[in-house]
Design a protein around this ligand. Structure first.
Ligand code: ADP
Ligand code: MG
Length: 751
């Protein structure tokens, strides 16, 4: 390194000799290389043609669905399998060999070499274990085999999945069990395909080690209680009442070059540093705007892949923040929707890679911009009764609807804490309770019409439904539209949206299984409460039903009305008002997760056969552990990036300023040292806060998981915010050519 000799005046006014190295800018930095690569992007693969293969032909092409089964299975087997799917009744094990053989032939025709039991561990991820169809036949060759037993049951060595203490590694036995209600499918890879079989994952004692088993159990519980209500209203056809779910997935896309130039993005899925860009989302010019070409190409291929897997994706659009998008399917039964949602996340990530981008499903990849949620639209219905949350044209007259709707309101009121805890994660804490939509306070948006009806009920009986005049726009060529009975409210964590509820607090990175299990179970409990009251009041006499319903609804609404709020959920007034109403405001995971330990919650899950006390404890342990691990990883990353990327860049620039100052002074010029002072202050702040974070991170001895989560939440995270504050301010001073990390501006706007 070349050095120049300068003389610095010491306190006695004499010139001291010092060596000040000249600084060369780091032009080959990953950041500049990334920018060059992004602007030179060309698609790698030839364009897709929907003319050659129309979407109708693609949809479900890789799914062992009902029509394939109808073609390939003997009639009695087909009937038996479909019967189980529709009624939720037990599966006849004698069909397994026949189904397995048909499935294998079908999959091999589609190029499959292996089969995989796919399961959903408590991490929220999707896991699979692949086995070849081939078995040696003893004569030196091999035959393709797949028995009913192999279809029904697998034994992955799942000892390294978190089980929250249910299983120790020495008793690692766990089984995967075929879930006939979620169809098998063939997953493509350029070098072959795999037959995938959705399964439940349980311990050798039958305890649920996964996310699917409780979903199935909660659906069963919901059906049982819904049937009792339907029976009171004279519907006894017994068609399975299923909970339905339509999850809207928000995500960000960034170019992979930027992604890999940011250790925080590729390791933690979010930026731990980054100053606000001069232009963010304030112009709302991205929301619903024209979709950029590369992004649209990515969306078309993602949808095409999902179509093949039978995932009914329907909607795509830009979201509020720059670089943010949404994909939403048509709703399906909760279990299937959950599996399909997992496939959607995997497919988004996989296809993004192909288009040179990274798909970020973290809840808050970029500070200061909107985070990503997963709005879970939820309802319940059956093949004979349709959607049970459809109010019809005159909801005040629709007693059955009102009972189901009131049951949901009561459930949300009574189990606010549980609903908050099932969306708790380190990532989602950056949305909920962090001045972003939706707030951590659980409330229900009902809309004017329903609110009015429930108010009338509370006042003695509902006589009318507010009707809106047709919508007039004042332009003759536009057709008249009926006005919706309720407006929309984007700030509510739990909103009635015409014929379903939308749970908006769910995090973008989460499995929707937990939220669905909670909703199904609390509504089952509420329906149980309603049915018991109504059965008692009517004593089997349907003449008395109307009066009994009026009494029940009045009781529910008197108790649960504090949870109804149609105003602006972001406002400060609401926070104060919610407190007056006695609603919970569990701001962080450390506040929310311990709800799972409450006796009321344990009793709830136990009573409806959804989770035993031990199973619930195992979930709490796992989620606490995941929370602490996520924060630990982020804090360690922060230390590393602060010390090896940001601090070096800052001192280089500081040195550059200092040497300029010295040199100019030597030549007799004045040099204003304001910037140098500021840099020195920030560098010191960065160094001190980083060292303190390091210290706090490596200390602490905790009694249990709850205490540990509390420690991370109260001690570690605030220091991380501190370190970031210095780093982000430094980004505004350090010479651009020295700054090592792609900036928000670059990641969000260079496409
Ligand atoms: P919006 O713009 O009104 O939110 P979208 O078209 O984005 O509507 O769809 C919201 C989601 O709600 C879709 O996935 C849709 O299938 C789903 N949905 C509609 N009806 C139901 C229902 N009965 N149960 C569950 N989800 C539903
Ligand atoms: Mg929507």
């Amino acid at each position: 390194m070349s050095t120049i000799s300068v003389r610095k005046s010491d306190s006695n006014g004499q010139m001291a000799s010092a060596a000040v190295p000249s600084v060369s800018p780091n032009y080959g930095s990953p950041r500049t290389a990334a920018i060059a690569a992004v602007t030179n992007y060309h698609p790698k693969s030839p364009p897709l043609s929907f003319v050659e293969t129309p979407t109708q032909e693609l949809f479900g092409a890789n799914v062992f669905n009902r029509s394939v089964m109808k073609d390939r299975l003997p009639k009695w087997v087909y009937k038996s399998v479909v019967g189980t799917i529709e009624s939720g009744g037990p599966l006849d094990p004698s069909v397994a060999d026949i189904v397995a053989s048909a499935m294998k032939d079908w999959a091999i025709e589609k190029g499959a070499t292996h089969y995989a039991h796919v399961f959903y561990p408590l991490t929220g991820a999707t896991a699979e274990k692949h086995d070849s169809f081939l078995t040696p036949d003893g004569d030196g060759s091999a035959i393709a085999e797949f028995s009913g037993k192999q279809l029904i049951q697998g034994e992955p060595d799942g000892s390294s999945f978190p089980t929250g203490g249910i299983r120790q590694t020495f008793e690692a036995r766990g089984y995967t069990i075929w879930d006939v209600t979620s169809p098998a499918y063939v997953l493509e890879n350029p070098n072959g395909t795999t037959l995938c079989i959705p399964t439940a994952f349980v311990s050798w004692t039958g305890e649920a080690l996964d996310k699917k088993t409780p979903v199935l159990r909660s659906m069963q519980a919901l059906n049982k209680q819904a049937q009792r209500i339907l029976k009171l209203f004279g519907h006894v056809d017994g068609a399975f009442v299923s909970s339905t779910a339509g999850p809207e997935q928000e995500y960000f896309l960034v170019d992979r070059h930027f992604y890999f130039a940011r250790p925080d993005l590729f390791t933690a899925g979010r930026t731990l540093f980054g100053a606000a860009p001069p232009k963010g989302q304030e112009f709302d010019d991205h929301y619903f705007g024209a979709i950029p070409e590369r992004v649209l190409a990515f969306m078309l291929e993602t949808e095409r892949e999902l179509f093949k897997l039978g995932v009914p994706v329907k909607t795509r659009h830009n979201e509020v923040a720059p670089g943010q998008y949404e994909i939403a399917p048509i709703f399906e039964s909760a279990n299937l929707a959950t599996d399909h949602q997992q496939m959607t996340m995997i497919t988004l990530r996989r296809v993004a890679e192909k288009y040179g981008m990274a798909c970020l499903t973290h809840e808050k990849p970029f500070a200061g911009l909107n985070g990503s949620g997963k709005h879970v639209n939820w309802s319940l219905g059956s093949s004979s009764q349709g959607n049970l949350l459809d109010p019809g044209a005159t909801p005040h007259d629709n007693a059955q609807f009102l009972v189901f709707c009131a049951a949901v309101i009561r459930a949300v009121y009574k189990y606010q804490g549980l609903l908050r805890s099932v969306v708790a994660s380190a990532g989602n804490d950056h949305r909920l309770g962090a001045n972003e939509a939706p707030p951590a306070i659980l409330s229900i948006f009902l809309g004017d019409q329903l609110t009015d009806i429930f108010e009338q009920i509370e006042g003695g009986g509902a006589k009318s439904s507010i009707e809106k005049p047709p919508l007039t726009v004042g332009v003759d060529v536009l057709p008249p539209l009926p006005m919706d009975a309720g407006d929309r409210n984007r700030t509510s964590p739990f909103a009635f949206t015409g014929n379903r509820f939308e749970f908006r607090a769910v995090g973008a990175n989460q499995s929707i299984a937990g939220p669905l299990v909670a909703m199904n179970t609390i509504v089952a409990e509420s329906l149980d409460f309603c049915a018991t009251k109504l059965e008692k009041a009517t004593g089997g006499d349907s003449e008395k039903l109307h009066e009994a319903v009026q009494a029940l609804l009045t009781e529910i609404i008197k108790e649960a009305s504090p949870v109804i709020f149609n105003g602006d959920g972001y406002s400060e007034e609401w926070h104060a008002e919610a407190e007056r109403r006695g609603l919970l405001n569990l701001k962080t995971s450390a506040d929310a997760l311990p709800v799972l330990k409450e006796p009321q919650i344990e009793a709830l899950f136990e009573k409806y056969g959804v989770l035993s006390k031990r199973e619930l404890e195992s979930r709490l342990d796992t989620y606490l552990e995941q929370y602490c691990k996520s924060v630990t990883v982020e804090a360690n990353l922060m230390l590393e990036m602060s010390r090896t990327l940001i601090f070096p860049a800052a001192v280089r620039y500081q040195n550059e300023l200092a040497s300029t100052c010295t040199n100019l002074k030597m030549l007799g010029y004045e040099f204003d040292v304001d910037t140098l002072d500021k840099m020195t202050e920030l560098v010191k702040g960065l160094q001190d806060s980083t060292n303190l974070l390091d210290k706090v991170l490596s200390s602490g001895d905790h009694e249990d998981g709850i205490a540990e989560a509390r420690y991370f939440c109260d001690e570690v995270i605030p220091l991380m915010t501190e370190v970031r504050r210095y780093a982000d301010e430094l980004e505004g001073y350090v010479a651009d050519d020295l700054w090592p990390l792609p900036t928000y501006q670059e990641m969000l706007f260079i496409k």
